[in-house]
Design a protein around this ligand. Structure first.
Ligand code: NDP
Length: 324
């Protein structure tokens, strides 16, 4: 058994920033790095919107910089996946790979969210070479080019509008005969001359020599008037939703209907959930558990916002630990 003051779960911008702050506060934090070292950001090609890198930065370099900064002040890194937690008593219990038990006064959850993908083979083939799940991160690389956005919700509409500001043409590939997005977002898309909405279309596969150059689509799949169609594109953006990586904590902390952790007002403090299966979450804070980054943020999903909330979580964890 390992006894620690502050345990951080997750190695994205939120987790590493929490580690920098917690280690500078002499909390000697332990950070469990999880399945994707560096988090979601490492699936993008280049980061150009994180302050402090005027020439842009390769995502692995940026995450390694954050990691080294946390290491410099005494963070201990553990590679492994958290498989079980018990937040019912203090200190909180966290198991890594089912076997290594950590007992922590405070836990900062920074497990992020994962973009949903369609599940077609060619998405994997072209990941980072024309396939992206973040228009704000990668849109700039497609200036004056043609791209497609998959999805018909608010995210897809927002991404299509954003991309239309940069690109020559934007297709929206929508599986239903209507958009699910809010009226105002739909109007923006439908009134934008650069956006062509392809209703009732599904993507069969992406094509191209070493990078995305086109997509094979099917119109009204399974219907008598089903038709195949090919579009030439340079980028393919998924906007079909995200899953927050919070399933592990569902019996202890309150989450919204989508699984995002609910935090208290403007803080990172979590609420108790005594019996999540029954959907009964108490309006009561759970002492010593803080959430930062995309696992608690259905709105912004930006590295700099995640980093900011990581700093807040560490400051709040420090205050809590000092109060014990
Ligand atoms: P949503 O779940 O609202 O929409 C997902 C979209 O992707 C739907 O059109 C859905 O189609 C489509 N989709 C899902 N799976 C597939 C698939 N396998 N193949 C093709 N299409 C698929 O997710 P969002 O991320 O858009 O939004 C999440 C929440 O965040 C919503 O509540 C939204 O309102 C909110 N939001 C608000 C914003 C704002 O107010 N500015 C901005 C962004 C998000 P179908 O309709 O057929 O199910």
């Amino acid at each position: 058994m390992n006894k620690v003051k502050c345990l951080i779960i997750g190695s994205g911008p939120a987790g590493y920033t929490a580690a920098i702050y917690a280690s500078r506060a002499n909390l000697a934090p332990v950070l469990i790095e999880g399945p994707q070292l560096g988090g979601q950001l490492t699936t993008t090609t280049e980061v150009e919107n994180f302050p402090g890198y005027p020439d842009g930065v390769e995502p692995f370099t940026m995450m390694d910089d954050m990691r080294r900064q946390a290491e410099r002040f005494g963070t201990t890194f553990v590679s492994g996946i958290v498989t079980k937690v018990d937040f019912s008593t203090s200190p909180k219990k966290v198991w890594v790979e089912d076997t290594d038990l950590y007992e922590a006064d405070a836990v900062i959850i920074a497990t992020g969210a994962s973009a949903k993908y369609l599940g077609i083979e060619s998405e994997r083939t072209y990941k980072g070479r024309g396939v992206s799940a973040c228009a704000t991160c990668d849109g700039f690389f497609y200036r004056k080019k043609t791209v497609a956005v998959v999805g018909g919700g608010d995210t897809a509409c927002e991404e299509a509008n954003y991309l239309a500001g940069l690109c020559e043409k934007v297709y929206m590939i929508v599986r239903k005969p209507f958009l699910r997005a809010s009226d105002i977002m739909q109007q923006r898309v439908l009134n934008n001359p650069k956006i062509e909405v392809l209703f009732e279309h599904n993507t069969l596969q992406l094509t191209g020599e070493g990078k995305v150059q086109g997509a094979d689509l099917v119109y009204r799949k399974g219907e008598p008037d089903e038709q195949l169609r090919h579009i030439a594109i340079d980028g393919f953006f998924l906007a079909i939703g995200h899953h927050p990586n919070t399933e592990l904590f569902k019996d202890y902390i309150a989450r919204d209907a989508e699984g995002y952790i609910i935090t208290h007002d403007n803080s990172t403090q979590c609420f108790k959930c005594e019996n999540a299966q029954m959907g009964k979450c108490e309006n009561e804070k759970i002492p010593g558990i803080f959430a930062a980054g995309d696992c608690a943020d259905p709105h912004y999903r930006q590295a700099v916002v995640a980093a900011g909330s990581g700093a807040k979580a560490a400051i709040e964890a420090d205050k809590y630990i000092k109060s014990l």
